[in-house]
Design a protein around this ligand. Structure first.
Ligand code: TMP
Length: 210
């Protein structure tokens, strides 16, 4: 059986990521896809997510969050992602290791973790590194303007100040430059219609027509 494709979607607040993920079914038969998220995706990894985003972890160091994220990722990969790919299903993950690079190495200012990041990435992901990352790029300023007044759950990372989100955005760009996995960067400051079109086109390019 042909292995499914492993696709990651990343994008900050106000990038339209949630809306776009919901729109996958408009273009492709959903039974061919498994939509999942990080941290999370499996019951154990969702528990780790709860820990990472708890108020208790508000002041947790980059080292602590880094290891929690990778622990959750290992379990998610082994128990959900790999079995789905091997059964010919495409996996779309809302966030993946690019978020650890952006949030912990950059946002939480831990450049000394970059070497470990590369090593753990090589060992943990092995043959299952994502086939494509799609990054919805929007400046935090535009993103924050779009989400102002939006009600909903906000974790302690979301509540951090502008400078943190700026570093996270730079972190994503640094990830694509330095790690350089297969990726597409979509300008998400454009209208939702246009971003959606580009997103669907990117998906078609990876997995072929429906
Ligand atoms: P969200 O995806 O529902 O917005 O929440 C996930 C939060 O977790 C988000 O603020 C980014 C953060 N995060 C990390 O700090 N490190 C990671 O490795 C991942 C996957 C997410």
């Amino acid at each position: 059986m042909k292995r499914g494709k492993f696709i990651v979607i990343e994008g900050g607040d106000g990038s339209g990521k949630t809306t776009l993920l919901k729109s996958v079914g408009e273009v492709f038969p959903l039974k061919k896809f498994r939509l999942t998220r990080e941290p999370g995706g499996t019951p154990l990894s969702e528990i780790i997510r709860g820990v990472m985003l708890s108020d208790e972890a508000r002041r947790a160091s980059a080292e602590t969050q880094f290891c929690l994220a990778w622990a959750a990722r290992a379990h998610h990969l082994q128990n959900l992602v790999v079995p789905a790919l091997e059964s010919g299903v495409h996996v779309i993950s809302d966030r993946f290791d690019s978020s650890t690079f952006a949030f912990q190495v950059h946002g939480q200012e831990a450049p000394h973790l970059e070497g470990l990041f590369r090593e753990i990435r090589r060992i943990y992901l092995g043959r299952y590194a994502p086939d494509m990352y799609i990054f919805l790029h929007v400046s935090p300023k535009v993103g924050m303007r779009r989400t102002a007044g939006r009600v909903g759950e906000r974790n302690h990372f979301d509540r951090r100040k502008f400078e943190f989100h700026q570093k996270v955005t730079e972190g994503y760009l640094d990830f694509f430059k330095k790690i350089n996995p297969p990726h597409v960067i979509i300008d998400a400051s454009k209208s939702l219609e246009e971003v959606k079109r580009n997103f669907h086109q990117a998906l078609c390019n990876i997995i072929g027509r429906k």
